[in-house]
Write a protein that binds this ligand. Structure first.
Ligand SMILES: [Zn+2]
Length: 69
């Protein structure tokens, strides 16, 4: 009975189960590595869509390249 009032962006269902808590994701995009803060992962009970909620995503770059805007 782990349900929260929310809305799935895919099927608009408002029921989801908690698939994981305090989950950290890391990965790489092009030449940048990133790691997220602790996330709560919810899984839509209707369509199975995973939703990730975090307080603040943290991004780090391998090389300290600065964009000149
Ligand atoms: Zn859904």
């Amino acid at each position: 009975m782990e349900q929260k009032a929310l809305e799935c962006p895919i099927c608009k269902s408002n029921k989801a189960t908690i698939a994981g808590e305090n989950v950290k994701l890391s990965g790489r995009f092009e030449d940048k590595e990133f790691i997220t803060t602790e996330l709560t992962v919810l899984c839509c009970t209707k369509c199975g869509y995973y939703m990730f909620f975090d307080k603040m995503a943290q991004f780090t770059t391998k090389e300290d390249t600065k964009n000149s805007t």
